[in-house]
Design a protein around this ligand. Structure first.
Ligand SMILES: [Zn+2]
Length: 64
């Protein structure tokens, strides 16, 4: 549904370590995962929430 453009993902990168982000579908929606630092950010309505307060462990994106 809210699939992000691969080019956009490549440009964004991880806010913490600037590593590559990978989009994943999880039970609660979509998240962007960083492999190097194991962080994840939620994607809300197609918009990545890459703010420090949105950072969370992988697979723990909460609905809403
Ligand atoms: Zn990272």
């Amino acid at each position: 549904m809210s699939r992000l453009d691969a080019t956009l993902l490549a440009v964004l990168g991880c806010p913490d370590c600037h590593g590559p982000l990978a989009q994943r579908e999880v039970a609660s929606g979509t998240e962007l995962c960083c492999e190097p630092c194991l962080a994840a950010w939620p994607v809300e309505e197609g918009v990545p929430q890459l703010l420090p307060e949105s950072r969370r462990p992988r697979g723990m994106v909460a609905p809403g």
